[in-house]
Structures are given as structure tokens and as C-alpha cells.
Write a new protein. Structure first.
Length: 259
């Protein structure tokens, strides 16, 4: 008996005025592209379709593709998981399901498995991904994915933080947001990424704007002095003080690099 045909649902996503956002398009040559393998393709673009990342997606500054893992499921029920070898709770994503999905979804650039046991995602990670042609993300579910998939493809395991989510979709959107905003043309002022938190190993300095007085709170005089050198020095001192207070780990690392 022949196995049921599979619906290899790889879609390119771009916000439009049409009722549905999912368009059967292929990523344009030369465009930075994110390819996401997920059991929940309808979760995308999600917040990535809003604000600057959404505008950039619509303008074609980057592309987003989703591959429905369920389309590679086995049997008439499209099963994608099985109990763990050796026993234990939960289910594990099968290698003979995830592998074919990755074969279809993979693009030039890093191949990443979103996992709570992975290395922490940082601003440096976002810069590295933004400098690549694109990135392929595998969203985990259940207890995780068969280790043989990770070993076979040399997947880079990356974590959003020291906590566990029900799946990798939220993490994927967060990481892609951090990466896409670094692509050329996405931000109106590219210089705005230079002084923000984590870009120079420091947390960002405080910001102020109009009105000059709000509920008895004024703006620091140095910011209205017109002396750009003093403003820059004040901001630097504030960034260093905040980093030392709130992120002593970052401060220690920075101080060590200055030795």
C-alpha cells in the first residue's frame, strides 16, 4: 500500500491588502531570507508583519518562508512524533519527518534549532545572521527533536533565554525581529543601532523628549545645553553606570576586555 502523498507546504509570506497573507512565492535571488520549519505556519509572520519589519517585508527588503512540518507527517494521521527511545515522558519529533522538511526548507546561511539547551541568543548572534544570506530555523515542540537530525545537519542550537517555552515559534519571531532590523534599509536611521543596548557591550543610556517638564520631572540640563561633547560624555557615563548596576556580568566582561 502506497503511503499517502505529502503536502510539502512551503510558503513565502509578505503582508498585502489581500485577505490572506500567505503567498505561494519563492524567495527572490539576493534577498535576505528566513526559512522557518514549524508545526504552526499560521503563527507567521505574526509580529514580524507589523511596524518596521512588516514594512520591510512588504517592500521586499527581506523574505519569510514557512515549511509546515505536518505536511511531512507519516501515515494518514500525519504523525510527526513518537515516544522517546529508552522510555520516559513526552514525545520526540521524528528524524524521518524533520529531515525531509529541512531538506526542502534549508537555505544558504546558518541552520538553527531553537532549543532551551542552546547557546544564548545575543546581539552578536543577530549581527552574524544578518551578515549571512539568510537563516533556516527549526522550531522545536514536545520534548525536542531526534538528536540524529541535529548531528546530521550540524544544527546550531540557540536559546532565547533560561526558560522553557511550549515551542520555538515565539523565539523564532523574537530572534528574527532582532536580526531583520539590522538589514540595510530596514531602519530609517542605521546609526540608531550603534548606541543601543548590547551593541557596544553596554546597556543603553536613558532617553528624554518633550515636554520639558512632566509632573515635576525635568530633563537633565546637559541634554539641553547644546554642547554635543558634554552630551556624548553624559550618555557614555550613564550607559556605564547602568551596565555596572544591572548587568555586572556584562560590565565584568567589558572591564576584562579593557585590561
Amino acid at each position: 500500500m502506497e503511503p499517502p502523498s505529502r503536502s510539502h507546504a512551503t510558503k513565502s509570506i509578505r503582508p498585502t491588502a489581500q485577505p490572506r497573507d500567505l503567498l505561494a512565492e519563492t524567495a527572490r535571488a539576493g534577498t535576505w531570507t528566513a526559512s522557518v520549519v514549524t508545526l504552526f505556519p499560521d503563527a507567521f509572520p505574526g509580529t514580524l508583519g507589523l511596524s518596521l519589519t512588516g514594512t520591510a517585508l512588504k517592500a521586499g527588503l527581506w523574505d519569510l518562508r514557512t515549511t509546515d512540518l505536518r505536511g511531512f507527517g507519516l501515515t494518514k494521521h500525519r504523525n510527526v512524533d513518537a515516544p522517546p527511545a529508552g522510555g520516559g515522558p513526552g514525545l520526540v519529533l521524528r528524524a524521518d519527518v524533520v529531515g525531509p522538511a529541512l531538506d526542502e526548507a534549508r537555505l544558504p546561511g546558518p541552520m538553527v534549532y531553537l532549543s532551551p539547551r542552546g547557546r544564548p541568543f545575543t546581539q552578536a548572534t543577530a549581527r552574524r545572521w544578518a551578515a549571512a544570506p539568510g537563516v533556516t530555523l527549526l522550531c522545536g515542540r514536545f520534548e525536542g527533536v531526534d538528536q540524529r537530525v541535529i548531528d546530521h545537519y550540524g544544527l546550531e542550537e540557540v536559546s532565547l533565554g533560561d526558560f522553557v517555552l511550549t515551542g520555538g515559534e515565539i523565539a523564532a519571531q523574537a530572534m528574527l525581529d532582532a536580526t531583520v532590523r539590522l538589514l540595510p534599509g530596514v531602519l530609517g536611521n542605521a546609526a540608531s543601532t550603534e548606541d543601543e543596548s548590547h551593541s557596544d557591550g553596554l546597556l543603553e543610556h536613558p532617553h528624554y523628549t518633550k515636554p520639558a517638564d512632566w509632573r515635576g520631572h525635568g530633563i537633565p540640563e546637559v541634554l539641553t545645553s547644546g554642547d554635543h561633547a558634554k552630551v556624548a560624555a553624559w550618555r557614555r557615563a550613564q550607559a556605564e553606570a547602568l551596565t555596572a548596576e544591572r548587568r555586572p556580568d556584562l560590565w565584568a566582561k567589558r572591564r576584562g576586555s579593557d585590561v
